[in-house]
Design a protein around this ligand. Structure first.
Ligand code: FAD
Length: 492
């Protein structure tokens, strides 16, 4: 039976009473139980938009942080794309110095409440954890992200915004407002440069506000981080589409920007290129999630734009975006939601935790199946997906076993909605309107190791360079480019 939040807390209080004030040897630390994350009941949460994971209590955070062996090699730090001093923050958290612990994280990352929630820690900082290795079970690594989330939630309001140095008189434009741009803007503003952020949507935050659903990342948390930027003096202009409202070149040649950072992300959905994708009831995951998150389509009392009401939904794909779309569809009232994925559960790129949560909530997983056609009724609306069964063959270039179709295995899945979640490409607008920018064959900007593009005074980072990646990698690139821009501005 899944433990309730109250029983987890009772257990934590009991364990902490036995640990409090006791000097702990590495052997003692290895016997401290991993702290489970309390969560909303699956049946209840499938019908609401509130956050699924409820966060640690203070006792749980201290117990979990006490599991860190404080090993000499700290492999977790090299596993973190922004090199947070993890052992130091965990040691402070274990002693209950939560504000100081947050201060340590903030030295490297401006978005701990966000990263604590959405970073794939199991493949980054937690993957090489010495405790997980010693216990011969990677799932037993210190739950670094959960402790990070706790200290950020508990103390973010108590820390003042980062200090800003004296004005340098230099002007930097930041295009986009996702994690790459937030990180770049914060670092550049701290150095005393004037920073203006241009965002195409009416609300800043990038995928953090339009893509990742409320039940995984409450939007109040993103608003708080964006407000920190405003308090530091970053100007944010929304509804400003660079390439249309103003050309990138004009920002530099006519508007007096000394340098520009481009963090426009990968927002162009890929489609399957199969028959029936133009039927009513077919969405890209991007459109579906944007309507749901940014335009609040789940809230009938506030949504200016209603969303398509579905009974039976097929989500094509097996990544985090597919999980988000499937779980959102359930919350929007669908009776049956199926993930259609052409490999097996083991190959699925989505985080295990997201797959587990989706399964608990009742999402069906139709693995080793792929859509080969979408069928419509005489009104042009979706009525079914024709699927084909697959088996796994040899490993392909991605290192995963390749899916091989089984001839004659066609079957019909009756649905009224299809959500295509097979990935995104970079937005083509800037490259089309700025021929000076070199791009690779995927349309991603080509940059040097400092994030500088082929165009003078223009740097780039995040998904527009990496292709669809992760929040923390985007932040890391934003910071690296900001450091290079600062060097350029102080030398010129
Ligand atoms: P984005 O966050 O995409 O921000 C780009 C911004 O630029 C957007 O706001 C866009 O409107 C704006 N823009 C674009 N063109 C212009 C223009 N011409 N002028 C002005 N503004 C412009 N990563 C994780 O680490 N963990 C997760 O759990 C996770 N879940 C995800 C779920 C979904 C549904 C999606 C889509 C992605 C997810 N990711 C996750 C990936 C992660 O969100 C991205 O890697 C990250 O947001 C990239 O940051 P970015 O700053 O490069 O771009």
């Amino acid at each position: 039976m899944t433990p309730t939040p109250a029983s987890l807390q009772e257990e934590a209080v009991r364990i902490w009473a036995g640990l409090d004030g006791k000097p702990l040897s590495p052997k003692d630390r290895m016997t401290i139980p991993l702290q489970e994350m309390p969560a909303q009941d699956p049946v209840v949460r499938a019908g609401n938009m509130l956050e699924v994971s409820l966060g640690y209590s203070a006792e749980q955070a201290r117990i979990e942080a006490s599991r860190c062996l404080q090993c000499k090699t700290s492999p977790c730090v090299s596993g973190c794309p922004v090199s947070i001093d993890i052992p130091r923050f965990l040691s402070l958290a274990a002693q209950g110095h939560f504000t100081d612990a947050l201060g340590v994280i903030r030295e490297a990352s401006l978005l701990p409440a966000i990263c604590g929630r959405v970073c794939p820690q199991e493949s980054q900082c937690q993957a090489p954890c010495t405790l997980g290795k010693s216990l011969k079970n990677p799932l037993m690594a210190v739950a670094i992200g959960r402790v990070e989330r706790y200290v950020a939630d508990a103390c973010s309001d108590t820390l003042p915004p980062p200090t800003v140095k004296a004005e340098t008189g230099k002007k930097v434009g930041v295009i986009g407002s996702g994690p790459a741009s937030i990180a770049a803007a914060a670092d550049l503003r701290q150095q005393g440069h004037s920073v203006t952020m241009f965002e195409a949507f009416h609300k800043p935050g990038g995928v953090l506000v339009y893509g990742i659903p409320e039940f995984r990342l409450p939007k109040g948390i993103v608003d708080r981080e964006v407000n920190t930027l405003r308090m530091m003096g970053v100007e944010i202009q929304t509804n400003f589409l660079v390439g249309r409202t103003r050309k990138l070149k004009d920002l530099i040649e006519k508007d007096g920007f000394d340098a520009v950072f481009v963090g426009t992300g990968a927002g162009l959905p890929k489609f399957m290129k199969i028959d029936g994708e133009n039927l009513v009831g077919v969405f890209s995951a991007n459109e579906y999630l944007t309507r749901c998150n940014l335009m609040k389509a789940y809230d009938d009392s506030r949504a200016a734009t209603p969303i398509y009401r579905s009974q039976r939904v097929a989500v094509l794909g097996g990544g985090n975006v597919a999980m988000d779309a499937a779980r959102s569809a359930l919350r929007l009232g669908a009776e049956e939601v199926s993930i259609v994925y052409r490999r097996s559960l083991e190959e699925m790129p989505a985080r295990q935790e997201e797959v587990h949560h989706a399964q608990e909530e009742g999402v069906r997983f139709l693995t080793l199946k792929n859509a080969q056609k979408i069928l419509g009724d005489d009104q042009g609306r979706v009525k079914a997906v024709e699927t084909l069964t697959y088996v796994l063959g040899d490993k392909d270039a991605s290192g995963r076993r390749s899916p091989v179709p089984v001839v004659g295995s066609e079957a019909l899945l009756e649905v009224d909605t299809v959500i295509v979640a097979i990935g995104n490409d970079s937005n083509p607008l800037l490259r089309q309107t700025t021929p000076e920018l070199e791009v690779n064959r995927h349309g991603n900007f080509v940059v040097n190791e400092d994030g500088q593009t082929s165009m003078p005074r223009v740097w780039a980072g995040g998904d527009i360079v990496l292709g669809a990646a992760t929040v923390i990698l985007a932040m890391g690139q934003g910071r690296k480019a900001a450091a290079a821009i600062h060097r350029f501005l102080t030398a010129s």
